[in-house]
Design a binder for this molecule. Structure first.
Ligand SMILES: [Zn+2]
Ligand SMILES: [Zn+2]
Length: 651
């Protein structure tokens, strides 16, 4: 058997099992006598050539050490179908999915002077050695045209490109447009593909097996950073502020933006981060000159930013000028839009009918039996659902505690849909949220129907805010902005601004100025005023001061340590022990034991600790000492079954 090269999969014996593994490196040092009898032979070699590149292996190793998880966990996430799938012959169905593109090929748009200036500035930064550039571009500024231009330049220079977008933005609206420009050189990759479809793409890119005749651009969601792309010249991270770039679970809990920057460094490639509402962290690094900063302030085609109206719900309710959850002026405005054959988007970031059901006598909401969160009321079908674990059950006729009357509190998208349909029985209404888009094509069907004006009003959660372009939308309304601000999260204001700015970006295109109406009980809210002025810089300065004062990123790096156990006393004991250990090492950088707002999920009690380390400190050393403390605490037998989750840079 010839020595398999790094990146080749092999079968090895482990205990009494035979497992698949990947060759990391050839070991040439003399073997220490203590390990001599522990060396086992490779049983067989799976691949005829490596399926993992040198850069991929290096990325995996970085990810495992940075995110404090095992290399095996990274490999399982990185290889389609984990380690067990063959990566040799893609099945027929998958090969069909890779059928050549036969549609029309169109030339690129010429860039507008403002776009061309931005593209020039980006390339100038790159040439001057600033490899990472943040493009802060107004919504509808035509960032995609700039990307296309820069991609083309890379392809012509013989380099390949990785273009990351949030999963939800990966619509046919975007991919068809790119396909008309790049044709077969565009490779699409996302999590809705089957394993076979993903494998086919992995295989196609794997240059060890295939020699691609041309350079290519891969567009994909978060997990596309694991593809075996060679000769990488540029990584674009579009909507870089999007929280969905962070993998919440399972390990590796990586941030695709951070991983993309690392991947680019390994390839000595360029990075472009693009967004209308930069994350505070990225903008801070751009302000400090670590990243190049390019601002595009002019909307494409001279479309003006929408006017934003704030409606004071308190006053509307006092005057009884409300219909359900719609203020009278908003109802009138919608009526006018419909009369003018214009479309309307209604935004409410809660799905279901009502986020809570409350007893009018004892005040208690029915709660999930597995988690301690209030159940959400749904009407289609009529049931109560837990949005944490998916548990669902019939709606009780009366309060299970005291027999009192139950009332639906708050508004979800189903309720908005019902109310608007009652107000405008003639209007064609569609709803877009997690519940209406569970099957594979539903999301696309709704977008197509709305884009073709087969529907007048689209009700939806944040799904409607993501990079969609509808020419006939005049009015976007936010039914209640307040819940966006009342989140127990230091990023709540940043997220609220981003979400409202993105929602607002859906209004008005092609020569008509859009309108955005935001209903709120707190029209004086600072962030709402900033949204009204489209003033990102004000938000940034406000948030940065708070972050500094309260020791949050970008000034401190956070590590969240979560412990879970079915017995509350056990998780309490373990977390207290770890807290004590960590305090001795980190002092006040470690928090007290936190009981999260949702204390129990799926029958597991949860306790958390957060570590905040100065961003100037040696993080590797901090992680090493954290790991030592964990090893100490988990060496106590009673702690063995407590589940531990470490989240680096939690979102
Ligand atoms: Zn009750
Ligand atoms: Zn639950």
């Amino acid at each position: 058997m010839p020595i398999p090269s790094p990146g080749t999969r092999v079968i090895v014996p482990l205990l009494k099992k035979e497992l698949r593994g990947v060759v990391l490196r050839e070991h040439t040092e003399p073997i220490e006598p203590a390990f001599a009898d522990k060396i086992r032979p490779i049983l067989s070699v799976v691949d005829t050539a490596p399926v993992v590149t040198r850069e991929q292996l290096a990325l995996w190793q970085w990810m495992s050490s940075y995110y404090m998880c095992s290399l095996g966990e990274v490999m399982a996430a990185a290889l389609p179908g984990g380690l067990d799938k063959r990566l040799t012959d893609p099945p027929k169905r998958a090969r069909k999915a890779l059928a050549p593109y036969t549609g029309p090929i169109e030339p690129m748009h010429d860039l507008s002077p403002a776009q061309a200036k931005s593209a020039d500035e980006i390339e100038t930064f790159w040439r001057s050695g600033k490899d990472i550039v943040l493009l802060h571009g107004v919504t509808s500024g035509g960032k995609t045209d700039i990307y296309i231009h820069l991609i083309q330049a890379q392809l012509e220079a013989g380099k390949n490109v990785l273009y990351l977008v949030p999963e939800i933005a990966l619509t046919t609206q975007l991919t068809s447009r790119l396909q008309t420009i790049f044709g077969d050189r565009l490779i699409v990759y996302h999590s809705r593909f089957t394993d076979a479809e993903r494998e086919a793409r992995y295989k196609k890119l794997s240059t060890f097996n295939f020699q691609l005749s041309t350079n290519y651009v891969v567009i994909g969601a978060r997990s596309a950073i694991f593809l075996p792309i060679s000769d990488l010249g540029l990584v674009i991270v579009d909507e870089e502020h999007e929280p969905s770039y962070k993998q919440a679970e399972p390990n590796p809990r990586y941030h695709a933006r951070a991983a993309a920057i690392m991947l680019a460094q390994l390839h000595q490639a360029k990075v472009l981060l693009g967004t209308a509402t930069p994350s505070i962290e990225s903008y801070y690094l751009a302000q400090k000159g670590v990243y190049g900063l390019v601002s595009l302030t002019e909307r494409f085609g001279g479309v003006e930013l929408p006017d934003i109206q704030l409606i004071d719900l308190k006053r509307q309710y006092e005057r009884k000028e409300m219909y359900g959850h719609f203020s009278d002026p908003l109802v009138e405005r919608i009526r006018q839009c419909l009369a003018d054959h214009k479309q309307v988007i209604l935004f409410q970031n809660r799905r279901g009918y009502a986020p809570q059901i409350q007893c009018m006598q004892c005040g208690e909401p029915p709660r999930c039996v597995q988690c301690d969160v209030p159940m959400t009321l749904h009407l289609r079908p009529r049931e109560m659902r837990c949005h944490y674990c998916g548990y669902h059950t019939a709606v009780p006729a009366v309060c299970p505690q005291c027999g009192g009357e139950l009332k639906a509190i708050g508004i979800g998208t189903e309720r908005i849909e019902d109310e608007i349909q009652t107000l405008f029985p003639e209007a064609r209404v569609l709803r877009m949220d997690l519940d209406t888009t569970r099957n594979k094509s539903a999301y696309q069907d709704i977008i197509n129907a709305f884009a073709n004006h087969e529907c007048d009003i689209l009700v939806g959660t944040q799904m409607v805010t993501k990079g969609l372009h509808f020419d006939d939308v005049r009015l976007v309304a936010v039914l209640n902005a307040d819940p966006l601000f009342n989140q127990p999260d230091f990023r709540a204001y940043e997220r609220a601004f981003q979400m409202l700015e993105q929602v607002a970006g859906r209004a008005g295109r092609k020569g008509t100025k859009g309108e955005v109406w935001i209903q709120t009980f707190d029209p004086a809210n600072k962030v709402l005023q900033m949204v009204r002025e489209h003033d990102y810089i004000a938000l940034y300065n406000h948030q940065l001061a708070e972050r500094q004062m309260f020791h949050y990123p970008p000034f401190h790096r956070m590590i969240r340590i979560q412990m879970r156990h079915t017995k509350q006393p056990q998780v309490h004991t373990t977390s207290t022990q770890l807290q004590t250990y960590l305090s001795q090492i980190f002092g006040r950088r470690v928090s007290a034991v936190i009981i999260p707002s949702v204390e129990r999920v799926q029958a597991y009690y949860i306790r958390e600790l957060t570590l905040r380390i100065e961003s100037t400190a040696n993080m590797a050393e901090a992680k090493r000492r954290l790991q030592e403390a964990i090893d100490q605490v988990w060496s106590i037998p009673s702690n063995k079954n407590v589940k531990l989750i470490i989240d680096i840079d939690p979102q």
